[in-house]
Write a protein that binds this ligand. Structure first.
Ligand code: MF3
Ligand code: CO
Ligand code: CO
Length: 287
């Protein structure tokens, strides 16, 4: 099903929700250090959402059909964990890579969803390259978004870049429409062919969130019922932004003052407009 385009008022609310999600990542970044537990990162983010932002985590107690309620306010997916990693008592160590995925709900009832990779200390050359290539995949996917374009343009751009670097794209999880609900239509696949899938229309809002594995694409699920890992235990990375289809192209909504700028291989209006929009934002409040 195609996404229902958002109204100008809804777009304004989504800009706020997505910036707030990004600001949780800005806030937690300095705490991502060797020795910290992922449970501690979850606690910090939870308190920031509750006490500073007055937002609510969309993931805490999230229970889609067939799942037990998700027990944490963020997802922390470390090394060979692909996504939906449940924060716990294990400490991060030097050389770990992890994705932190934040989805907040504002008091107005809008969802903002974004995730980034973090490197603990100095990572291996492979780990750094995987994080960078996956970031480039996300940005190439975003750069493929334009009115009159198709969903398959996004997936194709992502798949081509991941695979030409010797990596593989996870198939079982995809980007999604988002608004007053966490997961709306359409499904945004991270692989595919140009010109296929629904046509993109101004006002559509969805996430682009490629998961890229250093080894094979196959996944396994841990007995906790949530955490997804690479079947071959190879490293995995993911980046996520929420984006809006505009009259002229695309706007990245999940930006904040400390969010990483567009990947260097992105040029033109997307790169300059996004960098300018990031620079115009005040720093996230710190408690
Ligand atoms: N934030 C994830 C996404 O990008 C979904 C997490 S659901 C959870 O769609 F329950 F695992 F937290
Ligand atoms: Co998402
Ligand atoms: Co997410």
């Amino acid at each position: 099903m195609p996404a229902i385009p958002k109204t100008p008022d809804e777009i304004k609310e989504m800009r706020t929700a997505c910036r707030l999600a990004a600001e949780v990542l800005d806030y937690v970044e300095p705490f991502v250090q060797a020795g910290v537990t992922t449970a501690e990162l979850d606690r910090l983010c939870h308190e920031y959402m509750e006490n500073v932002q007055h937002t609510v985590s969309a993931t805490l107690n999230y229970a889609p059909p067939g799942y037990t309620p998700y027990p944490a306010s963020i997802c922390t997916s470390v090394n060979h964990q692909i996504c939906h990693g449940i924060p716990g008592p294990k400490s991060l160590k030097k050389g770990d890579i992890l994705n932190i995925d934040v989805t907040v709900v504002t008091q107005a009832g809008f969802y903002g969803d974004t995730s980034r990779m973090f490197i603990v200390g100095e990572a291996s050359i492979l780990a750094k390259r995987l994080c960078q290539v996956t970031n480039e995949c996300m940005w190439l996917g975003i750069a493929a978004v334009r009115p009159g374009g198709h969903l398959g343009d996004i997936g194709h751009a992502i798949q081509r870049h991941a695979e030409s670097n010797g990596f593989s794209v996870v198939r079982e999880f995809c980007g999604h429409g988002i608004g007053r609900k966490f997961h709306e239509d359409p499904q945004v696949l991270h692989y595919g062919s140009p010109g296929t899938g629904i046509e993109l229309v101004p006002g559509m809002i969805f996430t682009v969130e490629p998961m890229v594995n250093a080894g094979k694409a196959a996944i396994s699920e841990l007995p906790d019922g949530w955490t997804i890992i690479t079947r071959d235990r190879s490293l995995s990375a993911q980046w996520e932004h929420t984006v809006l289809v505009t009259e002229s192209g695309v706007e990245v909504l999940s930006i904040s003052s400390a969010c990483p700028p567009p990947a260097k291989l992105i040029t033109g209006t997307l790169a300059t407009a996004t960098a300018a929009a990031i620079a115009a934002l005040p720093p996230a409040p710190r408690p």
